[in-house]
Design a protein around this ligand. Structure first.
Ligand SMILES: *Cc1c(COP(=O)(O)O)cnc(C)c1O
Length: 392
């Protein structure tokens, strides 16, 4: 790809930070020892892993012993949920939401398949702003509930759920609580020491580390059954030789995230608001999806009525602008995203939804470029749409 690239798809994946690449490099070259080996050459690698674990723990307000590295956010989600159902095989009920990432949604919908048991699944509703009803949640908690798995922040709309309160409600009933915090980590402050969360999932590549490394937090004293059974790596919590270079990278990315978290709320939020307010002002029949206030500072999901999201992306791509329609995992199908459908967004709007997700590496110049480029794209696509004329 030549020419400029304006990357506004950071909820799909992020560029590797230069400091992160530099930190992992020695582990891709000289420091190749197996961290389980007994000589000091390998001990250096083991020390690197320990340091990374401490950096991740610091970002989350956890202790290093509570941090286990996995291969991705999806593995962390699977491990947490399957651990709970294997630890309590007599409990046959799971609570989750209708707007989870497929890593949780599809697992929960298929959990009977993986366990050989029948499960009852409660998928909590969201309102038109993407918010949950805590009364519905409280009523669903039962003695038969093995685990409640509720995402911290939604990947498509950025909407933030009241995780502290929900974890507390589960704890009161003696029910394990898991949160998919892949989109929240590094964007909003998290202090697990003060919360009743049993399991938390996070992923390296959403945080300026490489793809293929994730984190599973397991609270001290929370019962745990491993998913990958093998060697004694990760203190028996996950077999398999550690993905050393990527773990080192994730440690460095966590340190960077800790120093950037203020900027997420100032620099990134200001750019996001500039983009959002500019688009809503310049383009008629543009609607913001998701609660305006209860939201990640980097995400904006906007529906441009009577146009196809895919067509918008294609035209943006010609000018080097990257964003997504629905979520990366659902594009390719013509169904509007399950998140927007759960919110009751009308089809005419859901089909033309675009998610812009920013990072600390975006600039005001880039945002102003998008503000110039997008209005004529929407106008020209609408000229081709028979529905647009009716819509007026
Ligand atoms: C990206 C994402 C995942 C999956 O993480 P991978 O590391 O790609 O497996 C899970 N949940 C949410 C909310 C995500 O955004």
């Amino acid at each position: 790809m030549s020419g400029r690239l304006v990357y506004l798809d950071n909820n799909a994946t992020t560029p590797i930070a230069p400091e992160v690449r530099e930190a992992m490099m020695p582990y891709l070259t000289n420091l190749y020892g197996n961290p389980s080996s007994m000589y000091s050459f390998a001990g250096e690698v083991a020390d690197g892993l320990k340091k990374a674990q401490a950096s991740v723990a610091a970002l989350l307000g956890a202790t290093p012993e509570e941090i286990t590295f996995t291969s991705c956010g999806t593995e962390s989600d699977s491990t947490a949920i399957l651990s709970a159902v294997r630890t309590f095989p007599e409990k046959r009920h799971i609570i989750t939401t209708r707007v989870e990432h497929p890593a949780v949604k599809n697992l929960c919908e298929n959990i009977s398949l993986f366990t050989g048991h029948k499960y009852r699944l409660t998928q909590l509703k969201v309102d038109e702003k993407g918010m949950l009803d805590l009364a519905e949640y409280e009523a669903a908690l039962s003695d038969d509930t093995a685990i409640a798995s509720i995402m911290w922040a939604n990947n498509e709309t950025g909407v933030i759920f009241p995780i502290a309160e929900m974890a507390k409600m589960a704890k009161k009933r003696g029910i394990l609580f898991h949160t998919d915090a892949v989109q929240a980590v590094g964007k909003i402050p998290i202090d697990l020491a003060s919360l009743d969360i049993d399991f938390l999932s996070s992923s390296g590549h959403k945080l300026h580390a490489p793809k293929g490394v994730g984190v599973l937090y397991v609270k001290k004293r929370t019962p745990f059954t491993p998913f990958l059974i093998g060697g004694h790596q990760e203190r028996g919590r996950r077999g398999g030789t550690e993905n050393v270079a990527s773990i080192i990278a994730l440690g460095k990315a966590s340190e960077l995230a800790a120093t950037h978290i203020g900027q997420e709320n100032s620099h990134v939020r200001a750019l996001r608001d500039r983009l959002e307010q500019g688009l809503l002002a310049r383009i008629p029949k543009a609607i913001l999806n998701g609660d305006k206030d209860n939201r990640l500072p980097n995400t904006s999901n906007i529906s441009f009525e009577y146009v196809e999201g895919e067509s918008i992306l294609l035209h943006m791509n010609r000018q080097g602008i990257c964003a997504s329609s629905g979520s990366a995992c659902t594009s390719g199908s013509l169904e509007p995203s399950h998140v927007l459908r759960a919110m009751g967004v009308p089809f005419t709007a859901a089909h033309g939804s675009i998610r812009f997700s920013l990072s600390v590496y975006n600039t005001q110049e880039e945002i102003d470029f998008v503000l110039e480029a997008l209005p004529p794209i929407i106008a020209s696509l609408r000229k081709l749409s028979p529905f647009w004329k009716e819509g007026l």
